[in-house]
Design a protein around this ligand. Structure first.
Ligand code: AMP
Ligand code: ZN
Length: 495
């Protein structure tokens, strides 16, 4: 079935906003490069995962049926494409006195814990690289049959000279590449852009993760896993492929070379392996990219230690368009927190107007949030290259300015939040239920009478009676507080 409305999304391939064309009407196969699990993922990485989550939510809201696939890079891998650098999985294993397998399992778990805290929906398929070594070997064999590989110094390389579209995504100049080849210092590679598909020989003294292959016992290069897993779960036609902007020049460029090379697509065919490439810009901190190698990492659990909620960070991320760099500062996170709480507060008031905690759900279930004109406006903005800062503005308008029955406003907000994923309505329901109920707010008649009796006893100096009533109320879950403005009470809510 066709979607209600088409998504217009910037396509890195072609560098312009285009209407999404899917291979099957109304269905989207979406592949996202997942975490490398030898370390914690930092909040910069999570900016990209939040983008992917918002993309999935927007697609769903627009009426597409989404299949979301993500890999987990749990194979010890090289620093870069050259066969240089250290195996980071192994470095972590040594540092922490654990096996490479334990390290991968530990950081995978941390990644999903942080993702859940950020309301990131779990992909429909989470593919671990170590479970897909056979698929990678098969793909390398296909490339071998297509004469796109060569062996040198015990390792198998991709021969970029054999793939005529190499570098198109990154707008790499073929002339430059050939010029570069002449000054390449790596004697085992024919072109500087050639990259490892399978390593049997490396400079590492010890490699824990090794597998048998037609080329000998070894391990895969770090690009082949994404091609192999994307093709396994989404076939030879992927609708959207996502990742951070840093993946354009090398990782995604090499993924295209591998997949299109194996399928047999060349510059003469108008078919593409991936129709739409979506890349998120960087989160920067102190004017530098946040990255493991720069040592300027901030993690979600560190924000929590500082008293923030993970969703404050999600709110912060949604405040910038995904194609712009975003600067992370303490002040901007603080501003995001107070904006989010302010919104929750306003929605909590609407929830109280709708009724008691239990009734809110019932009322919301009976309301049609998608019918609200401001939801329709928000959906249109989401469909327009994921303009989340503007979707947030619409939500603010709905919460602060719009008029109408509270239940319709709340239902509209819930529908918009379905795209943003900020969990606002649940937070509002909790706040409404826990909030200090000031005098005049709904308390049941009998309790109200007891509060009044106690107040009278206090005014008459009968403190014994006043205290007895206070205890009686406490036993019924009502806590009293005497303030200069009069008595206030907090009713323990059944949420
Ligand atoms: P990695 O674990 O390094 O492979 O990165 C996981 C994802 O985060 C990839 O899609 C990267 O492109 C992305 N990424 C890495 N650093 C940043 C950053 N500073 N801001 C936004 N995304 C990033
Ligand atoms: Zn990837």
């Amino acid at each position: 079935m066709a979607p209600k409305r088409a998504l217009r999304l910037y396509n890195t391939l072609g560098r312009r906003v285009e209407e999404l064309r899917t291979h099957q009407p109304g269905k989207v196969g979406m592949y996202c490069c997942g975490p490398t699990v030898y370390e914690y993922q930092h909040i910069g990485n999570f900016r990209t995962y939040i983008l992917e989550d918002v993309l999935r939510r927007a697609l769903t809201a627009l009426g597409y049926e989404v299949r979301h696939v993500m890999n987990v890079t749990d194979v010890g891998h090289l620093t870069d494409d050259a066969d240089e650098g250290d195996d980071k999985m192994l470095q972590s294993a040594r540092r922490e006195g654990k096996s490479a397998w334990d390290i991968a399992a530990f950081y995978t778990e941390q990644f999903f814990r942080d993702s859940r805290a950020l309301n990131i929906l779990e992909p429909h398929v989470v593919a671990r690289a170590t479970n897909h070594i056979d698929e990678m070997i098969e793909l390398i064999e296909r490339l071998e049959s297509a004469k796109l590989t060569y062996e040198a110094n015990g390792n198998v390389f991709y021969d970029v000279a054999g793939f005529d579209r190499y570098g198109e995504l990154a707008l790499l100049d073929r002339q430059d590449l050939r010029a570069g080849a002449r000054i390449d210092v790596d004697s085992s590679k024919r072109n500087p852009e050639d990259f490892g598909l399978w390593f049997t020989r490396s400079k590492f003294e010890r490699q824990e993760m090794l597998w048998d292959s037609p080329w000998g016992r070894g391990y895969p290069g770090w690009h082949i896993e994404c091609s192999a897993m994307a093709m396994k779960y989404l076939g030879e036609t992927v609708d959207i492929h996502c990742g951070g902007i840093d993946h354009v020049p090398v990782h995604h460029t090499n993924e295209i070379a591998q997949s299109e090379g194996a399928i047999g697509l060349s510059s003469h065919s108008d078919r593409r392996w991936v129709s739409h490439w979506c890349h998120g810009e960087f989160l920067i901190i102190d004017s530098a990219k946040m990255s493991k190698s720069k040592g300027n990492l901030v993690r979600i659990d560190q924000l929590v230690e500082q008293g923030y909620e993970p969703l404050d960070y999600r709110y912060f991320v949604l405040g910038a368009h995904y194609r712009k760099q975003q600067n992370f500062t303490a002040a901007s996170l603080e501003a995001a927190r107070s904006a989010r709480l302010n919104l929750v507060d306003r929605l909590a008031s609407l929830a109280s107007e709708v009724g008691e905690a239990g009734a809110v759900d019932e009322q919301l279930a009976g309301a049609d949030g998608e019918a609200h004109p401001l939801y329709q406006e928000a959906l249109e903005l989401a469909a327009s290259d994921l303009s989340m800062p503007r979707v947030l503005e619409v939500l603010w308008r709905l919460a602060k300015e719009a008029s109408g029955p509270a239940v319709d406003l709340l239902a509209g907000a819930a529908a918009i939040d379905g795209i943003l994923g900020l969990g606002l309505v649940e937070a509002a329901r909790r706040t409404a239920a826990e909030r200090d109920v000031a005098a005049g707010a709904p308390l049941d008649g009998e309790i109200r009478a007891l509060v009044d009796q106690r107040e009278k006893a206090r005014q008459e100096g009968d403190y014994a009676t006043a205290d007895r009533i206070r205890d009686d109320l406490a036993a019924r879950g009502v806590e009293l507080q005497d303030t200069p403005e009069g008595v206030r009470w907090r009713q323990q809510a059944s949420v």
